[in-house]
Design a protein around this ligand. Structure first.
Ligand SMILES: [Zn+2]
Length: 284
């Protein structure tokens, strides 16, 4: 029986953890009726609550309004008063004490912002708390402590939260590219223009479209460059300088060759490169 109760409690707490961010160490707000029932059933509240919730650091809390109510009820409630006075007192904001159920209901507010678990035997207070989403209820059943299953209000709120989670993160979805149909289209547009083809057109247009007047000028430059390169190679007379000079000469020649033929610059670059290497070597 204990195992099933604890499993049930784990499921309920997991629900509250996921949907309402309630997590250990839990704060259990206890009223006088709960402690009175615990004393009558000889229940060790702290031990049973911590074992039920699976939280050894659970904090049992109460309010001054609850203590004041127990004091008014007389000697029959003294044992309960002595137990509950050991719990941590939470500030409720009531300057003059109010009825315990009213005090706990006030702290629960509209959405249990303090994240309490409420331990009570007061059925009217239980009904009130079930109308407040995210407010778990503990109660004593015979000689055991049990946790109330999530109320309809809590379940409805959890569903709403799930829907919001699915709707809201459109920005995150865009970042992750989940709804990225638009992005794909944009990428296709950027790929479309093909800058490589544009460059080729410019080169071909510049060379083919160039007038006959420009060609002789470039040819003369190419020849001059080759002459300078061979002269530099001859002056250096080193083994390392030969490839550098040959490469520079070949580069200059390739321009002249490419411009002269127009269509097949690459093949003639290689041929003339080899020829000039040989000529440089023979010159040395
Ligand atoms: Zn109060």
């Amino acid at each position: 029986m204990k195992i099933t109760r604890q499993k049930h409690a784990k499921r309920v707490l997991k629900f509250y953890h996921i949907n309402f961010d309630l997590h250990p160490p839990f704060k259990v707000l206890v009223d006088g009726n709960f402690v009175y029932a615990a004393v009558e059933h000889k229940i060790m509240v702290a031990e049973l609550v911590s074992s039920l919730l699976g939280d050894p650091k659970v904090k049992l809390c109460t309010t001054r309004c609850v203590l004041a109510e127990l004091e008014k009820l007389g000697s029959a409630f003294k044992p309960a008063l002595s137990v509950i006075s050991q719990y941590k007192i939470v500030k409720c904001g009531h300057e003059s004490p109010v009825v315990a159920s009213e005090c706990l209901g006030y702290l629960a507010g509209e959405s249990n912002p303090m994240g309490f678990l409420f331990a009570t035997q007061d059925r009217s207070l239980m009904a009130e708390l079930r109308e407040i989403p995210g407010s778990p209820i503990l109660y004593i059943n015979f000689n055991l402590i049990a946790i109330d299953p999530p109320s309809d209000k809590s379940l409805k709120m959890a569903r709403k939260m799930d829907r919001r989670k699915l709707r809201v993160p459109t920005n995150e979805a865009r970042r992750l590219g989940i709804g990225g149909g638009e992005k794909k289209k944009k990428r296709k547009k950027t790929k479309g223009p093909n800058p490589l083809s544009v460059k080729k057109k410019k080169k071909s247009k510049g060379k083919s479209g160039g007038s006959d007047v420009e060609r002789p000028a470039k040819r003369s430059k190419g020849l001059d460059g080759a002459a300078v390169a061979t002269a530099a190679a001859g002056n250096s007379a080193g083994d390392e300088a030969e490839p550098v000079a040959a490469a520079s000469a070949a580069a200059v020649d390739s321009e002249a060759a490419g411009e002269a033929t127009g269509e097949k610059p690459k093949r003639k670059r290689k041929r003339r490169h080899k020829k000039k290497k040989k000529s440089v070597e023979l010159g040395l």
